[in-house]
Design a protein around this ligand. Structure first.
Ligand code: GLA
Length: 372
């Protein structure tokens, strides 16, 4: 972990050594955006950046928590377990986890925790899921909690949905809990059935943050969810997963043009996840470029979750001969792009694309993968 040198250690914060530590990664999604809350398919993979939680048990019913990423002083934040309340910044994610556990009948006696994260906030790479999953893993270890990795992911989602109040889907905590780098997690968000699909050795990942933070996105994200729900209501289905493109054509007269485009993105994106999975399984790299191009265009034109800076980053990547495909990844309205590159070329391509982007936009991007 690259922490500032002056950051206090667990011992300095709490006067004793931690009993356990756990980590969890951020994620980048290769295909399947805004499909998870529509019961669809997603295909994330873990990024090298991780969140670490050091933890020791207490028995006085309180949680004392310090985060290297937000705290400036050496004093941990504190709350009484069972009295979780929204509105305390990063602590809401921790409070969300302990409240979600209690709702499942798991009452914790107390703990001290020190959190440090390499996953950038606001880049659409699931820093919040990495925090919830790392904390749940540390709590599982410290207290011997009977939680498997899927249950940890669902508790992480509940923490964010309920206490934090962000209406996110299940992809991010599932990715943080189950994905590894070098492989993609092909997940059916309706059944939670999943499969690990190796990424062919011929390609490597590049992830570049546009520098346009997506933190303002909650309202727009909520609006997209509402639009999908409205399309379902007008078409008389419980979920967009229940429709084929032929159904959508037949139902089109019942839908305003905007909702038709939203639904079309979700349906075509689900099909692209299946096509990318088939291409990865068979090593058919040539099948990937049109799928990535169509996905980005669909997010830009039909779902309208891209922004000009991200479009520019994708166009600069697409102009590189060694690039297999590039698209916005994550919730959108800023954030990062994922680029598939011929193996061995990732560092050079990332440096050229980032340099050209900065020269044309004046905004400094961050190359997150490959790690410098
Ligand atoms: C955010 C949400 C996810 C998912 C993506 C879009 O990352 O947390 O649940 O909806 O946006 O694919």
């Amino acid at each position: 972990m690259n922490e500032r040198a002056s950051a206090p250690t667990f011992e300095e914060l709490f006067g004793r050594a931690p009993e356990v530590h756990a980590t969890a990664p951020g994620r980048v999604n290769l295909m399947g955006e805004h499909t998870d809350y529509n019961d669809g398919y997603v295909l994330p993979t873990a990024i090298p950046q991780r969140t670490r939680v050091d933890l020791a048990r207490r028995d006085d019913g309180t949680a004392q928590v310090w985060s290297a990423d937000v705290e400036s002083g050496p004093t941990p934040s504190r709350y009484v377990l069972g009295e979780e309340a929204r509105g305390r910044g990063f602590l809401d994610y921790v409070q969300g986890v302990t409240r979600a556990l209690r709702e499942q009948g798991i009452v914790l006696p107390g703990f001290d925790a020190r959190i440090a994260s390499e996953v950038p906030v606001g880049a659409g790479l699931s820093s919040s899921a990495a925090l919830s999953v790392a904390l749940l893993r540390a709590l599982r270890l410290a207290f011997g909690l009977p939680l498997d990795d899927v249950r940890i992911a669902l508790l992480g989602q509940r923490a964010e949905n309920d206490l934090v109040g962000a209406p996110v889907g299940v992809m991010d905590p599932m990715a943080s809990s189950l994905a590894t780098s070098g492989s993609a997690l092909f997940l059916d968000t309706r059944s939670l059935a999943y499969e690990i699909v190796p990424i062919p050795a011929a390609i490597e990942l590049v992830v570049i943050d546009s520098g346009v933070p997506h933190s303002h996105a909650t309202g727009s994200y909520r609006a997209r969810r509402a639009e999908c729900a409205r399309a379902c209501a007008l078409l008389g289905v419980a979920s967009l997963r229940d429709l084929t493109l032929a159904d959508l054509d037949r139902g089109a007269p019942a839908l305003p043009e905007l909702l038709l485009r939203r639904a079309r993105h979700v349906l075509t994106e689900n099909a692209r996840v299946l096509a990318v999975v088939a291409a990865l399984r068979s090593g058919d790299i040539a099948a990937l470029p049109p799928l990535f191009a169509a996905s980005h265009a669909s997010m830009r034109d039909d779902f309208e979750v891209s922004v000009p800076a991200v479009d520019r980053l994708v166009a600069l990547a697409d102009a590189e001969p060694d690039v297999v495909g590039a698209r916005l990844t994550g919730g959108g309205f800023g954030g990062a792009v994922v680029i598939l590159v011929q193996r061995g070329r990732g560092g050079a391509v990332a440096a050229r694309v980032a340099g050209a982007y900065e020269a044309s936009s004046g905004v400094p991007p961050r190359v997150l993968v490959p790690v410098a």
